[in-house]
Ligand binder design. Structure first.
Ligand SMILES: Nc1nc2c(ncn2[C@@H]2O[C@H](COP(=O)(O)OP(=O)(O)OP(=O)(O)O)[C@@H](O)[C@H]2O)c(=O)[nH]1
Ligand SMILES: [Mg+2]
Length: 196
C-alpha cells in the first residue's frame, strides 16, 4: 500500500514538452471542470492542499503530476467542458490530452470523475474513449454524493452507468468532502503500484 504521507507534487506541465518521463505506472484522473478531480486526489492522499482546489473552473490547463511514494505517478488532467473557455483554449486542451495519450506507455488506471447529480455528457464519453483506445481499465467515480439524498444514490449510479455504457459495478459512489468511497478507490489504485 502507498504511504499517503509520501505523496508529493512533482510538476505541472503546460505543454507536451513538460510531460514527466518515468517508467512508473500512472493513475490518471480526468473529468469535467469543477467535478472535483483535485478534491478526489486530496481525499485519497489524506492531504488538504496537495492538489489545488479551485473556486473558479477552467482557469488553468495543465497536467499535474504527483509522486506516490515512488510506486506510482498520479496524473491530474486538466478539466474539460467549461463553457467560458475560448476556442483556442479548447484546441490547446485537445492537443495536450492527445499528446499525453499518444506518448504515455504506462497508463495503468483511468479514474473518470463525474458529478453524481448529473447525467454524463458527450465530453465524458470522449474521455472514456481515450482510455478505451489505450486499453486502460477505468473506474468511474460519481463524486459529490453528499449533495444527494440516500434515496437518490441508486438512481444516480444507474444513470451514470447507463449513459456511459458501463456496468454498474464500475461506478463508485463517492464524496471527496465526506470521504465516502475513499478507501475502496484507494485500495483499487494501490493494486497498480510498482513491484507488487
Ligand atoms: N459538496 C461537495 N463539493 C465538492 C466535492 N468535491 C469537490 N467539491 C467542490 O467542488 C469545487 C471544485 O473542486 P475541484 O477539486 O477544484 O474540482 P476540479 O475538477 O479539480 O476542477 P478544475 O481543476 O478546475 O477542473 C470546489 O468548490 C470543491 O470544494 C464533494 O465531494 N462534495
Ligand atoms: Mg483541479
Amino acid at each position: 500500500m502507498i504511504n499517503t504521507n509520501k505523496i508529493t507534487f512533482i510538476t505541472s506541465a503546460a505543454d507536451i514538452h513538460g510531460f514527466v518521463e518515468s517508467d512508473l505506472p500512472q493513475v490518471v484522473f480526468a473529468g469535467k471542470s469543477n467535478v472535483g478531480k483535485s478534491s478526489v486526489i486530496n481525499s485519497l492522499a489524506n492531504q488538504k492542499n496537495l492538489a489545488r482546489v479551485g473556486k473558479t473552473p477552467g482557469k488553468t490547463i495543465h497536467v499535474n503530476y504527483f509522486d506516490a511514494e515512488g510506486k506510482e505517478l498520479w496524473v491530474d488532467l486538466p478539466g474539460y467542458g467549461y463553457a467560458k473557455v475560448s476556442f483556442e483554449e479548447k484546441k490547446r486542451w485537445a492537443r495536450l490530452i492527445e499528446g499525453y495519450f499518444a506518448r504515455e506507455q504506462n497508463i495503468a488506471l483511468g479514474v473518470l470523475i463525474v458529478d453524481a447529480r448529473h447525467e454524463p455528457g458527450e465530453l465524458d464519453q470522449n474521455m472514456l474513449e481515450y482510455f478505451r483506445e489505450t486499453g486502460t481499465p477505468v473506474a468511474i467515480v460519481a463524486n459529490k454524493c453528499d449533495k444527494l439524498k440516500k434515496s437518490e444514490l441508486d438512481e444516480a449510479r444507474t444513470r451514470v452507468a447507463t449513459t456511459l455504457g458501463v456496468g454498474e459495478e464500475s461506478v463508485l459512489l463517492y464524496s471527496a468532502e465526506k470521504r465516502m468511497g475513499r478507501d475502496e478507490l484507494f485500495r483499487l489504485i494501490c493494486t497498480f503500484e510498482k513491484n507488487k
